[in-house]
Write a protein that binds this ligand. Structure first.
Ligand code: NDP
Length: 468
């Protein structure tokens, strides 16, 4: 049964669906101008009708009302001086959404589009994603409207230092442990960590995604991309299939996209696209290891544009990003599998139609909420394999959790051990989603499975801990 079928069914149902509708309406009224947050709340709460019907105490104890209200929202000024001695002022945020099952945990995003509503959506999703990992991690998210692209290393460092002067009051290894996200990679984590250590005089696991020599974990950079491909493989295995020789579309060209391509190559698939905010490249010959190494140097060292790929490799084509309904022509390319790995709402309903017309059999979300609700509806109705972000991209935060364990133990686990644990966690997430979907009469619907399994774990912890 699809999400919308559940919603339709729920309409006839009385008090439970009215309760959920009421919470959604309340969120919209109380958080005006935050469309991504509204979208995320609707997407998570809609499939919960069945679980609230079975367990009405979640409703009477007002668990949903409590879950949609962040425990704490921190907003602060970040002043810094650029290379021309001009003063710049950005805004910093940390949304501490839920600490029901562990310290707040979630990335920092530095991008001009960052605002409080966008971060509430990411923090809300993070709560359920983290619950699925089987690790004791609460949910949070933060960041700034600062844009590190086209800034010098010195400017990025001064910004990060100023950002941490305020953020350090609110975080700690047992309180809130941020990590990277869009615009925050190892360079930014390094500057943030250095400043935290300097102010607090404390070398601790307060951030994850750290360098290997100073408290980081093997496989953390690879974890989200690798985990997403492991999840895709588990979904395919449920239909007796695998990734061998599958043509794959990948969007984005940052951390998640790069390691998605690497793991796809390991498993014999043929990735043919990548993109950035300016446009996409399509390489019908396939992006092989040599080309991937070139892309990593382009994006992580030279910080250039993906368009350069088409100037370098014969047979590859570059298309500029457009605006409007046809804004992402990447999804019109015929394919077996698609791995959206750039940003939220990058697959519209129209894009979803094109993907289905092009023969897609699997969508596995590396990015957070990359598919608009109409697109999710089409994928589910078509009965293709659809791995929602909160399950499919949980590998990153899972290895962050393993990094916290290693920091606490003052130990470094070898690469093979962390990779094996990651693979085990992704399989456990897959099993939870699949089993829960079966249990609630929606076999193969991983949206229903992920949302219900994540919710039940957090809700039960909240009930155990009283009204806090
Ligand atoms: P990066 O900053 O490393 O890369 C982001 C990529 O997406 C870049 O290619 C960027 O292009 C592109 N992009 C960003 N914003 C837009 C936009 N508005 N339109 C088009 N393209 C865009 O980020 P990550 O790879 O870390 O994150 C990608 C996605 O994965 C995000 O949704 C993030 O929340 C999610 N995610 C990341 C995790 C992690 O461990 N890093 C964990 C779980 C989820 P350009 O370079 O031009 O900006």
């Amino acid at each position: 049964m699809s999400v919308s079928q559940i919603a339709v069914k729920s309409r006839g149902k009385n008090v439970t669906s009215r309760y959920i509708d009421g919470v959604v309406e309340h969120v919209k009224t109380k958080n005006p101008g935050e469309p991504e947050f509204h979208q995320a709340v609707l997407e998570v709460l809609t499939p919960l009708v069945a679980v609230l019907e079975r367990h009405p105490h979640y409703r009477t104890e007002k668990v949903l009302d409590r879950l949609v209200e962040p425990e704490r929202v921190i907003v602060f000024r970040v002043p810094w001086v650029d290379d021309n001695d001009e003063i710049q002022v950005n805004r910093g945020y940390r949304i501490e959404m839920s600490s029901a099952i562990g310290p707040f945990k979630g990335g920092l995003r530095f991008h001009p589009s960052v605002n409080v509503g966008l971060l509430k959506f990411l923090a809300f999703e993070q709560v359920f994603k983290n619950a699925l990992t089987t690790l004791p991690l609460g949910g949070g998210k933060g960041g700034s409207d600062f844009d590190p692209r086209d800034r010098s290393n010195g400017e990025v460092m001064r910004f990060c230092q100023s950002f941490m002067v305020e953020l350090q009051r609110h975080i700690g290894p047992f309180t809130d442990v941020p990590a990277g996200d869009i615009g925050v990679g190892e360079r930014e984590i390094g500057y943030l960590f250095g400043q935290y250590k300097r102010i607090r005089n404390e070398f601790s696991g307060v951030l994850t995604g750290k360098g290997l020599e100073w408290g980081g974990s093997m496989i953390r950079p690879e974890a989200t991309g690798y985990g997403c491909v492991y999840f895709a493989n588990d979904m395919l295995a449920s239909r007796g299939d695998d990734l061998e020789n599958k043509v794959c579309l990948v969007s984005g060209s940052g951390n998640v996209a790069q390691y998605t391509v690497e793991k796809l190559l390991d498993l014999g698939a043929k990735p043919v696209t990548l993109s950035d905010s300016h446009g996409l490249i399509y390489d019908p010959n396939g992006i092989d290891r040599e080309k991937l190494a070139w892309i990593m140097e382009l994006k992580n060292v030279r910080r250039g544009r993906i368009s350069e790929y088409a100037d370098t490799f014969r047979g590859a084509r570059y298309t500029r990003a457009k605006r409007g309904t046809d804004r992402n022509p990447l999804w019109a390319i015929p394919t077996d599998c698609a791995f959206p790995s750039a940003t939220q709402n990058e697959i519209s309903e129209d894009d979803a139609k094109k993907l289905l017309d092009g023969g897609v059999r699997l969508i596995c979300e590396g990015a957070n909420m990359p598919s608009e609700p109409g697109a999710v509806e089409l994928f589910t109705r078509a009965g293709i394999l659809y791995g929602p972000a909160k399950a499919a991209n949980a590998g990153g935060v899972a290895v962050s959790g393993l990094e916290m364990s290693q920091d606490a133990l003052r130990l470094n686990w070898p690469r093979e051990e962390v990779d094996a644990r990651l693979k085990g966690i992704m399989h456990a997430i897959y099993e939870q989603c699949s089993r829960t979907a079966d249990e609630y009469g929606a076999p193969g619907d991983y949206v229903v499975g992920a949302n219900i399994a994540g919710f039940v774990k957090v809700a039960d912890a909240m009930l155990d801990q009283g009204v806090v």
